[in-house]
Design a protein. Structure first.
Length: 112
């Protein structure tokens, strides 16, 4: 997994790509989330557009990021999940946990 961050209308968007499978990737994303919180960022959108595969550890990594943001008084939204990733989120009932949007613009607007 690779990721890059950018700002859109004052909201940090983290673009994930590749396979989201936890392990060292979870550590890297967790460190990024903590850096953002330390810098005062409280709203994050994770863009899943270029994610091909997510396993259970990857889902755990996303849940951990959400929990970290919420405990710090912030929030995290997901955006642009592929049909395959969206189906996994639904079958695991995590669509009740995550706020998922079809576009970055909708997710950013929901952060306001």
């Amino acid at each position: 997994m690779k990721f890059a961050s950018k700002q859109q209308k004052g909201i940090t968007v983290i673009e994930l790509s590749g396979n989201v499978m936890g392990g060292p990737d979870a550590t890297a994303l967790n460190e990024q989330i903590h850096k953002l919180l330390d810098a005062g960022t409280k709203k994050v959108v994770i863009d899943l557009h270029d994610v091909q595969f997510v396993n259970s550890s990857g889902l755990g990594m996303l849940i951990g990021s959400l929990n970290t943001m919420r405990k710090a008084g912030g929030d995290l939204k997901l955006a642009r999940a592929s049909k395959k990733v969206q189906a996994l989120i639904e079958v695991t009932k995590l669509h009740h946990v995550f706020d998922i949007h079809e576009s970055i613009a909708n997710a950013v607007a929901a952060c306001k």
